[in-house]
Write a protein that binds this ligand. Structure first.
Ligand code: PLP
Length: 626
């Protein structure tokens, strides 16, 4: 494609996108395809010879679109919103067109400088303290755009880990870093996003997952008890990840309580994940949720969730950028430049070296909408959720299961007085499955207070009251059908169609689960008891002290005791050791965080860390397939 053809095709593409957006309503919100559908329609090999662009675009419509879940569809109410504001699409287009890679200031000065300024603009607009802003006099802080909230949490955990290891190394200079690492423990609540657990896995550290109060909020006292208990047991708390606006029910951890507790422990890093809710702090009426932010070391939010900005755009701020960069810096000669002591080089702020010009889309959004335009959108989003909540509350067959503070409503059928909790869960699973299978509306489940609930999120940018009413009509129609049974007069054809829907629903529910955050729907994660000290879930014991490390190694406690609190300690590496150690007798086992059956190998008798059936994961009750 040469520049003249690009000029034409580019305009056609914009037309295609506009038509797509204007006609979205006419499409099914979710595709009715099965895994592998595309393989049957595309060739097995890449074409040797160039193909006409018209053929490519025709395949987009006939082959790709049938397999697309339409996140911008007015009947899409799953997950959280995925922004696609037009100015941000144009920003991404320009970024791809310029095609620069801004890993250092010198690699493309405007790319770095616009990012610094945008992060300061946004930080001020949502109400972060000046310590988070790069251009504030005397500040050591600053912000950066990462690819995802998960990356934000990971890089902060890596920075905190470096701080923790350095501190321990100072105390115990002759102890091996590996042993020091085995002492570090991080904290989050059971409502935290599973990205925190993944970060702990990658960082090779323990993570203690704490109970919340009845509103899904992590309280200071719970954290305090856990941290004290762990210190007592010889562990070293180093990182606390809190959430403002949790994925399952949009609950808010109690930062004003947690902050002072964290401060009492030396050099524990406090992170605040506000991936979705953070954008709402643009509105003065939601800034109250930021109370306690002055205690935090880092904060992240995703404008690609509630600020209409196209993915990817995750903003991370830290109060001490040197702690972040010193954990991530590697500096080969070919990347150095003469301004690297005075300019920010974002390659030291994250995992990838190469980075796109993502700040362009943020700049375009902020200028095109203005803060007032974004506030208007956020307010309508929250108001529509309140409207949906009202509709649910008016129907006595249903109940609302969360505190509706932003755009997410968790609700469920109450069930009959004679029904057991399991039966009510099953009823709600069936309702959700039937609704999703119809392709008329799309929602995902969550576990709230150990109950299966349905999440209804306001997603579409232009959602109206009418859209909410249509959604509620669809939900209540399916509920009526479920509760009252099939209409006696329905003809055979309809009955057959219903069965076909149910079969599809069953298959589709698997697909839905796969694309969901596993923590949203897997109650086993929340119910699993704490691990026992001798289980294979216990991290491998440190090697015996080598001749040059006797005194220090002896002076720190090697074996953590069992936590008394009912909370979960994640020792992800146990899985790896288990599967490496053992190679006979496959045992079916439910992997805690994937809602699929995986097979881990059964133990060789007598091998380390491989007692059959003793791991916390094996003791976890497997939720019934749904
Ligand atoms: N944190 C919270 C509170 C979330 O709701 C989500 C996703 O919805 C994430 C983190 C993960 O976001 P990402 O996909 O950007 O990693």
């Amino acid at each position: 494609m040469d520049v003249e053809e690009f000029r034409i095709r580019g305009k056609e593409m914009v037309d295609y996108i506009c038509t797509y957006m204007n006609t979205l309503k006419t499409r099914r919100v979710t595709p009715s395809v099965e895994p592998g559908y595309l393989r049957t329609t595309l060739p097995a090999e890449a074409p040797i010879h160039p193909e006409p662009w018209d053929d490519v675009m025709s395949d987009v419509e006939t082959k790709i679109m049938p397999g697309v879940t339409h996140w911008q569809h007015p009947r899409f109410h799953a997950y959280f919103p995925a922004g696609n504001g037009y100015p941000s699409i144009l920003g991404d287009m320009l970024s791809a067109g310029i095609g620069c890679i801004g890993f250092s200031w010198a690699a493309s000065p405007a790319c770095t400088e616009l990012e610094i300024i945008m992060l300061d603009w946004m930080g001020k607009a949502i109400g972060l303290p000046p310590a988070f802003l790069a251009l504030e006099e005397g500040s050591k802080g600053g912000g950066v755009i990462q690819g995802s909230a998960s990356e934000c949490v990971l890089v902060c955990m890596l920075a905190a880990r470096a701080v923790g290891i350095k501190r321990l190394k100072h105390q115990f200079p002759t102890v091996d870093e590996g042993l020091l690492l085995s002492k570090l423990i991080a904290y989050c609540s059971k409502e935290a996003h599973s990205g925190v657990e993944k970060a702990a896995m990658i960082s090779f550290v323990k993570l203690r997952i704490l109970q919340t109060d009845e509103n899904g909020c992590l309280r200071g006292q719970t954290l305090k008890e856990a941290m004290e208990e762990d210190e007592e047991a010889g562990l070293v708390p180093f990182f606390v990840s809190t959430t403002l606006g949790t994925t399952s029910c949009c609950s808010f951890d109690n930062l004003p309580e947690i902050g002072p507790i964290v401060r009492k422990f030396s050099r524990v890093w406090l992170h605040v994940d506000a991936a979705y809710a953070g954008n709402a702090f643009l509105c003065p009426e939601h800034k109250c949720h930021l109370a306690g932010i002055e205690y935090a070391d880092s904060f992240n939010t995703n404008p690609n969730k509630l600020m209409l900005t196209a993915f990817d755009c995750s903003l991370l701020w830290v109060t001490n950028r040197y702690l972040l960069t010193s954990a991530l810096v590697v500096d080969p000669l070919y990347l150095q430049h003469c301004y690297d002591h005075t300019a920010i080089d974002y390659r030291h702020w994250g995992i990838p070296l190469s980075r796109r010009f993502r700040s362009l889309k943020l700049w375009f959004m902020l200028r095109s909408y203005g803060i007032s335009g974004l506030q208007k959108y956020i307010r309508r989003h929250c108001e529509l959720a309140k409207y949906f909540e009202k509709l649910v509350k008016k129907d006595e067959r249903f109940e609302v299961c969360n505190q509706v503070k932003l755009g997410l409503v968790c609700f469920r059928l109450v069930g009959g007085p004679e029904e057991t909790p399991q039966q009510v869960d099953d009823l709600n699973k069936k309702l959700l499955t039937n609704v999703n299978a119809s392709g008329k509306l799309h929602m995902v489940p969550a576990s709230v207070r150990d109950q299966f609930v349905i999440r209804f999120c306001v997603v579409s940018q232009h959602a109206s009251r009418e859209d909410i009413e249509v959604a509620w009509d669809i939900i209540t129609d399916f509920a009526t059908e479920l509760i009252e049974g099939p209409d006696k007069e329905r003809d055979l054809n309809e009955e057959r169609a219903r069965k076909h829907r149910a079969a599809l629903a069953h298959k589709r529910s698997f697909f839905v689960r796969m694309v969901s955050d596993p923590k949203i729907y897997n109650p086993a994660i929340n119910k699993t008891p704490p691990p026992q000290p001798t289980s294979p879930g216990t991290p491998p014991q440190p090697a015996p002290a080598t001749p040059d490390t006797p005194s220090d190694a002896d002076s720190i406690r090697l074996v953590p005791s069992t936590p008394k609190q009912s909370s979960w300690i994640s020792w992800p590496l146990a899985f790896f050791f288990q599967s490496v150690d053992n190679d006979a007798n496959d045992l079916p086992l439910r992997f805690r965080h994937l809602d699929t059956m995986v097979r881990l190998k059964s133990p060789h008798p007598g091998r380390r860390g491989s007692t059959p059936g003793a791991s916390p994961e094996r003791r976890a009750p497997s939720p019934a397939p749904h």
